[in-house]
Design a protein around this ligand. Structure first.
Ligand SMILES: [Fe+2]
Length: 288
């Protein structure tokens, strides 16, 4: 998992470790070079992968609602996915050495991404809220929730983002809050734009907001992405589709909520998150 401050977006050409995977292209259904693959080829690879997953489920393999860590349509995952089992860190050490925070570290203003500068950012003002629940449906209170996102034009305020879309001097795109007694978080922000990336030719990420749920120790942290309903880019996006289970993918999509919409002010979206159990919101495998 990446840190909230470690926004990795746009092209990533840092994959140079081929020691454990000498010819990843040979395993791609289309066999195309990453930069040369068309959207249609990627779409067909996704469909083929999903069809295989459905067949395995039909043959009795338990359905997984986690993302595939090695998902060839998402090109960099071929080289970047873990090749060895995870190492369990000693709990006491993690709790002593991990970052800590308290109520005093998070102010109410941190949850309003439209009031972090002198002027207001451009774009469609939205309210994003939801409840953080455990597997039994109980609220997770006092949970540190962090978000980061692109601006309305689809550009991050980050040195690695080279998308030739305008930066907004009134929008940084990062916020945080603590869940209340009902496990609810709430942000006021700007609806992010879609942005291009270099997974394949003419690749675009659906609009999304990155979320981090801190947990009670650093190793419990959940990092994932929230999407907006009925995005036309869903079937084309390899990251979204790295979860082969359709229901699990759907749990990454917020619902438009007119009760959360504020008259003359902002549209409302609701997105509940379950931290573990069968209905859990899945971890993403990477940050884009
Ligand atoms: Fe992103």
């Amino acid at each position: 998992m990446a840190a909230a401050s470690d926004i990795a977006n746009g092209p990533d050409t840092s994959d140079t470790d081929t020691d454990t995977d000498p010819d990843p292209t040979a395993r791609r259904p289309g066999g195309s070079d990453a930069a040369e693959a068309t959207q249609l080829e990627i779409f067909r690879e996704i469909q083929a992968f999903h069809a295989d997953a459905a067949k395995r489920r039909a043959d009795g393999t338990p359905a997984s609602s986690d993302p595939e860590l090695d998902f060839p349509p998402y090109r960099s995952s071929v080289l970047r996915h873990p090749h060895r089992p995870a190492v369990t860190a000693p709990e006491a050490f993690v709790e002593l050495a991990g970052p800590v925070f308290g109520d005093a570290d998070v102010s109410e203003l941190d949850a309003d991404l439209t009031h972090q500068h002198i002027g207001e950012p451009l774009g469609e003002r939205i309210i994003v809220t939801g409840r953080v629940l455990d597997r039994a449906g109980r609220p997770v209170r006092g949970q540190l929730v962090e978000i980061w996102q692109a601006n309305a034009a689809g550009r991050y305020a980050h040195r690695r983002d080279r998308h030739p879309a305008p930066l907004d001097p009134n929008f940084t795109g990062a916020g945080r809050c603590l869940t209340d007694s009902e496990g609810r978080y709430r942000f006021v922000t700007i609806k992010p734009g879609a942005y291009p990336w270099r997974n394949h030719r003419n690749a675009w990420r659906p609009a999304h907001i990155h979320f981090s749920f801190f947990g009670t120790a650093f190793t419990q942290r959940l990092v994932t992405q929230m999407y907006f309903p009925r995005d036309p880019l869903f079937p084309l996006d390899p990251i979204y589709n790295s979860i082969t289970d359709e229901d699990a993918r759907g749990r990454l999509v917020a619902a438009y909520d007119h009760d959360r919409t504020t008259a003359e002010w902002a549209l409302g979206y609701n997105w509940d998150v379950v931290l573990d159990g069968p209905a859990a919101t899945r971890l993403e495998q990477d940050q884009h």
